[in-house]
Each structure stands twice: as C-alpha cells, then as structure tokens.
Design a protein around this ligand. Structure first.
Ligand code: GDG
Length: 729
C-alpha cells in the first residue's frame, strides 16, 4: 500500500469492483458492471484504501484476488451458495430492491431471507472491523448493507461511519410495509453521515425515522437523533467521470449512420421500464408513420441478476415485445428495434451515445441514472436530445431534458417525435446547461463533497426543548389528568460509577416536586431498586413508589402491595447474593434488593467483562432466577410473572378504577430493557420515552438522548397550563 493506511478510506459494497468466475477450474476476473462500481472505481483509485466486498464466487484456500489497482487493497467477503440465494438474490433483490423502487407488489417478505441478510451484514462488519480501527473513514454502500453499521459501531464506538444509498428511499407508506423497517433504520442510523441522491429521498428517510422510530428529527438541518447518537442526513447527487466520457466520445471512430438512432442503455431490470419503452416506441411508429424506415431503436440490455425469476420473466417479456414490433413494422431492409443482450466496451458505448439522436431513458423508478449523464457528456458533435423519466433521480437536476412519465405511452411517443424534429439550435439550448452542470458536478466533486461532510467534526443535536415537548404532548394533555411514571437510574438520575452515589440533579428534583404538587398530575417512580432505597433517594411528598421492578408498591391512593411470591424468594435471593460474591470477581458489586438483586460489573476491568458476565449469569440461572441485562449490570429476578408493565397497570387500575384509560393520560419514561415491559404494556394506552441507548430497539413512542431531556420534560410538565376540563377523579 503506497499510502498511510490511517489516511485511507475503507469502502464496503456488496460486490468488489471485479467479479470472479471459475471456468474449467481457473479463476477469471471481470470488471463488475453497474452504476455503483462506475462511480466508486475512480474515487477509490484517487483516494487509495481498502475495498471490502463479495468476489462473486467461492475462493479456495490460499487463492488470492488478482490486484487491479495498486492503490486499492481488495478484501473478499465469502458467501456460501445458500447465503447468495437468501441474502443477495433473496432479501436484497426480491425484497429491498422492488420495495425501495416503489414496486411493492413485486416484493417478497421472507423471514429466513431477512435472517440471512442480518447474518451476512454482520459478516461484512467482521471483515471491516480491523480496517475500521486503522482507517479514517468507513464508507458503506447501498441497500445490501443496511445492517452493517450497527455492529461496527458497537465494536468500534469511535469509528467514523458513513453510508450512501444508490437507490431511492421510498415514501413512508411503502417503507412501512417492510416487517423489519425499524431494524433497517436503526442499522443505518449508527452512522455519522447518511447520503442519498436527492432531497426527496432525504425527506422520505427523515419522515420514516421520525414516524417509525420516534427519533428526534430536524428536517431543516437534516439531522436525526436516535438515543444519544446524532446522524447527519443529506443529498449528494452522484455525478460521472465527465472528462473520461467526453474524451472517449471525441476519440471513438465515426461512421455515417444509415438511420436516425434512438438509444436505450440499461441493466436488464424491471425498474428500467424496457417493455414500457418498447410499447411507447411502437405507439410512436403508429402515430408518426413518417419515421418508419428512417429511425431505429437500439436497445442495449446488460444481463443482470439472471438467476432471479422476475429478471428471467422480464427478459422473456422484452424478447416478446421486440419480436412483435419488429414483426409488425419491419421490412426486408429495415428492422425497427436492434436489441443487444450483452455489455459493450466503454469505447463502443461512448460512440453509441455520441451518435444517438435521442437517448430514451425511461426508468419506472431510478435512484439517479448515470446513463442520462453519460449521454449528455458524449454529445460532442451535433447535439442530440435526452428524453428522461420524471421518476429518475437525475430528473431533479436535469430540468432541460424532455421529461416524461414512463407509464404514459402516448406522451412518450409524442416526446420522441418532438425530439426527432427539434431544430438544432433548440437542441443546443437544451444540452448546453446540463453539460456545464455535469462537467462541474462530476464524480470527483461528489466524492469531495461526501468525504468532507463525513469527516467534519461531529455536531450533536441541540438539546431537547420545551417547545418540542409542547408539540409532542400539548394536545395530548390538554383535557385529562396525567399519571406520570418515571424510572430512576439513567432517567431521573444520571448513571454513575457506583450505584449508591446516583442522585437526582437539583433542577430535575425541583421540577419533579412542582409536578408532584399539581392537582392534575400523579407521579410514580418505578425502579429496580428496593422500595426503601428508592423512597429515601427521591423523598418527594405525595409520590408513589414501585420498587423491585414493581414487586412492591406504596403510595397515596394505592393500597400497599407486595407480590405474594416475594417472601418466598427473599431467602433464595440472599443465598444467590452469597454465591455471586463467592465468585470473587474483582470490582464487581452485588446489590441486594430483597427478592431480587443486581450484579454490577461497571468497575470490573473491561477485558474481563465477558468472563464476569458469563460466570454471573450461570450462577443466577443455576439458582433458578431470571437474567436481565441492564447497563453494565445483570439483574437477577425471581421467576415471578410480574414486571414493571404489570406494576404500572396495577397502579392505574387500583388507583383510578377500570375506566382509567378513558379518564386520564399516561406518560412513562425509562432508560433500560426492564422499562421495555412497561412500554409494551402501555402501547396504544399512553406515551412513552426511552432515554439514551442508541443501538437497542425500543417499543417506546419516542426517544430522548439523556436525563437532561427528562429534566426539560419535567419543567415543561410542571409549567404547562392546568387541565382544561378535567374528568372527575
Ligand atoms: C444504481 C442505481 C444509480 C451499462 N451498460 C454498459 C455499461 N453500463 C454502465 C453505464 C452506467 C452504469 O452501467 C449504469 O448505471 P445506472 O445509474 O444507469 O444504473 P444502475 O446500474 O441501476 O445503478 C442508479 C447508480 O446505482 C449509481 O448510484 O444512478 O439509480 O440503480 O455507468 O455506463 N457500461 C459498459 N458497457 C455496457 O454495455 N461499459
């Protein structure tokens, strides 16, 4: 490697820039095709670094990848045939691809394929971990790897992670059809920067993050806060290597064409709208017979994903359409459609672009579409006309093209006629501006823009404001009393080294007192701590306490409650505490809480954590207790079918009667996995907030970054106007 690895880039994409094929036992390397590789190859060559991806075939032990570029180290990620089937042909190409292109009826939802996708994404994270520690930036590409950033972030918390999506991000109503939509969002939100081709996709993503995850979103700045992690989200429209195409177009041999040419160039993919395009060409020949025998449609279709059934069907459909039109209109000297099912070398492609009178680029949906840009760059002689689908990302900037709706056969036919009869000076007017723009916003500019944004100092989301709580909760609380439930550690009190030193900050305590003093607000503290401990720590008048994860409850309006099984498990918990101490894990702390206990390992030396956790868990399970992971701690809970969720519902029912859900509003805030039980119980019945914890999933309605946000929530609750028309209590 010529460069210092610390300055280099680590790129992850499904495919390496070369695809290997095994022919009669020997490996052959071919350049991979498609827009992603077209964009990234020059970029990585310039920057230098590591490219991690699937080589397209199984490598035998000791087999090495051929070097393609001295500046780029290639790292293969092996995939088994089943993984290729499930992760690649399956979840990536039968689920995400059609759904993200707004073609949901083509999407297949299969749990096994999702599981394989998850597994392979973790494998990519494994392959990238070492390079990630050395490199300056890890740049993950495209829809195959939406779940790779989260495990990388867990393993290398300080890593710089960025992601670019090459395909559209669909509107919320389509995205939510994906059963794993939340996991997908959480996966990419582990990055520092997310890039899309267009502002429309950015809007769709922000909308989904806000509505599906309850993440805080700043639509104006383009920021998402998930737990305590902030991700910047922005549009970086991809450009091409303009100079290279222009040069090829100048250099390619010229010959005088016999007919005028309409050109289509695509991977053979149903999103590219090739059958629809042929129908439009057929309509054009019907409507404008003067073009017959004078115009040909050259359609180049590069084989792609030919093992997926939908692609085989698409190919058959194209074959049929081509056959029909050629049979219907062809003569002994003229074939209307020249259809090539293969790829051609770049020199030939640029000559085709240059000599085409019209480029017919009509995808049904396309992230960007580089063909449109390449065509423009190759118009070095008499200019042609670009007819471009409005549903391609490229249409957002290529306004001068003749834009069409690819589903509207008649209007595509009319636009074709318009393009072929357009005077030369009009054609020049329409090509000059996009040429200048694409020359300027080329692939290097895209690369510089993305990389400098990815390496900018991190900006945290501004702290949560009272105005935000007003927007989220104002209407909700206007006419009903409030039952407010709050967890203690990590919610009211920041997490500290030693649990006995945890305390509520003065301003939070003051706001809590003011909330508790209101007639229309009842406060309950729900904690894993023993009831005596939590009562003494909070010590605010008029509050209810649920200790030991709700096994014990005391407070105004609720008869004192101790779960019937508690006494039995108190003795057992005491023996378990002894057994845990006997493990002699240095730095570990056992907190006894009556019928349950907590094993804290925050102060154990970090390398010993896995061992300490494994031993403690084994000991707890041996004693017949349940294990619950908490923050740097393990909770040992008696096997009683009662959790914070049960406790909350018990309090609500006993205190307010069976009709409680019609009489009052409920808010619950908590920070750890034991609070998830309460979030689940309250789904649809109340509002809930999960505090901190960026990577874990939650059932809470919204997320908040830290206990400071809880302080703001309490200040807003304390100062809100009194309930307008309170239901009788
Ligand atoms: C995805 C997104 C997004 C095609 N035929 C030949 C050939 N090509 C090259 C073209 C162009 C590339 O393949 C196709 O790029 P597109 O952008 O049009 O489409 P996808 O492959 O679907 O790419 C797309 C892109 O990623 C980048 O983010 O724009 O929306 O779907 O570069 O020139 N190249 C050669 N011979 C061929 O026969 N040499």
């Amino acid at each position: 490697m010529p460069r210092d690895a610390a300055d280099t880039l680590v790129v992850l994409s499904n495919r390496l820039p070369i695809t290997l094929r095994r022919e009669r036992g020997t490996l052959r390397a071919e350049a991979s095709s498609g827009g992603l590789v077209s964009a990234l190859r020059p970029a990585l060559h310039r920057q230098g670094g590591t490219w991690i991806g699937w080589p397209g075939t199984q490598l035998k032990a000791g087999e090495r990848l051929p070097a393609v570029d001295p500046a780029v180290e290639l790292v293969p990620v092996p995939l088994s045939p089943t993984e290729v089937k499930r992760y690649y042909h399956g979840f990536s190409n039968r689920t995400l691809w059609p759904l993200f292109h707004s073609l949901p009826e083509r999407a297949v939802f299969d749990r096994r394929e999702w599981e394989s996708y998850e597994l392979v994404n973790h494998r990519f994270a494994d392959a990238a971990e070492e390079a990630c520690r050395r490199g300056q930036l890890v740049w993950i590409h495209d829809y195959h790897l939406l779940r790779t950033a989260a495990p990388l972030r867990e393993r290398v918390p300080a890593a710089r992670l960025a992601f670019f999506l090459h395909i559209p991000f669909p509107p919320f109503d389509l995205f939510r059809l994906l059963p794993w939509s939340r996991a997908v969002l959480e996966g990419v939100l582990a990055c520092d920067l997310l890039g899309f081709h267009s502002p429309g996709y950015v809007r769709n993503f922000l909308d989904a993050a806000e509505r599906l995850l309850g993440a805080r979103v700043d639509h104006r700045v383009g920021q998402v806060e998930l737990g305590d992690h902030t991700t910047r989200v922005a549009a970086f429209p991809l450009g091409i290597d303009y100079g290279a195409y222009e040069k090829l177009a100048h250099g390619a041999p010229r010959k005088t064409p016999a007919e005028r040419v309409i050109l289509g160039v695509d991977r053979l993919d149903y999103t590219k709208g090739i059958p629809e395009r042929i129908l439009a060409f057929e309509r054009f020949l019907e409507l404008y017979p003067e073009h017959r025998e004078r115009v040909v449609l050259i359609q180049l279709a590069v084989p792609s994903r030919d093992q997926v059934q939908a692609y085989q069907e698409q190919k058959r459909s194209i074959d049929e359409h081509v056959g029909r039109v050629n049979g219907r209109f062809g003569t002994s000297t003229w074939t209307p459609i020249r259809y090539l099912y293969r790829s051609v070398p770049p020199e030939r492609l640029s000559a085709l672009y240059r000599d085409a009178d019209v480029a017919l680029v009509t995808p049904l949906r396309d992230g960007m579409n580089l063909v449109a840009k390449e065509y423009v760059a190759c118009q070095v002689d008499e200019p042609g006309v670009l007819v471009l689908s409005r549903l391609a990302g490229a249409a957002e900037t290529m306004r001068e093209a003749l834009q069409v709706n690819p589903y509207d056969t008649d209007s595509v036919a009319e636009r074709l006629h318009q393009a072929l009869t357009m005077p030369e000076e009009d054609r020049r007017d329409r090509i000059a501006a996009p040429q200048a723009r694409e020359r300027r916003r080329n692939v290097n500019q895209w690369l510089d823009g993305f990389l400098s944004a990815a390496l900018e100092p991190r900006k945290r989301f501004r702290p949560t404001t009272e105005a935000e709580f007003d927007a989220w909760l104002g209407d909700y609380l206007r006419t009903r009393d409030l039952a407010l439930f709050l967890d203690y550690d990590g919610t009211l009190a920041p997490i500290v080294e030693r649990p006995d030193e945890a305390a509520i900050p003065a301003d939070t305590l003051d706001a809590l007192r003011r909330c508790a003093a209101r007639d229309d607000t009842d406060v309950t503290i729900v904690s894993g701590r023993g009831i005596g401990d939590i009562g003494a720590r909070v010590a605010v008048d008029g509050i209810t306490y649920a200790g030991n994860h709700g096994l014990e409850i005391q407070g105004p309006g609720v008869p004192d409650f101790v779960h019937t099984d508690v006494r039995h498990f108190q003795d057992e918990a005491a023996s378990l505490a002894k057994a845990l101490r006997a493990l002699r894990v240095r730095g570990a702390l056992v907190e006894e809480k009556g019928a349950s206990l907590t094993f804290h390992y925050r102060r154990v030396a970090k390398p010993q954590w896995p061992d300490a956790v494994a031993r403690a868990e084994a000991c707890i399970l041996e004693a017949g207790f349940q294990v619950r992971a908490a923050l740097c701690a393990i909770e040992a809970r008696p096997p009683i079918g009662w959790d914070k969720g049960h406790a909350v519902l018990h309090i609500l029912r006993t205190r307010y009667g069976p009709a409680w859900s019609q009489r009052l509003r409920v808010i619950y805030a908590g920070d750890d996995s034991t609070d998830e039980d309460a979030f689940r119980s309250l789904q649809g019945l109340g509002m809930s907030f999960r505090v901190g914890g960026a990577t874990s999933s939650t059932r809470a309605t919204r997320r908040l970054a830290s206990p400071e946000a809880i302080c703001t929530l309490l200040e807003w609750l304390a100062a809100r106007p009194p309930v307008a028309d309170a239901a009788p209590r």
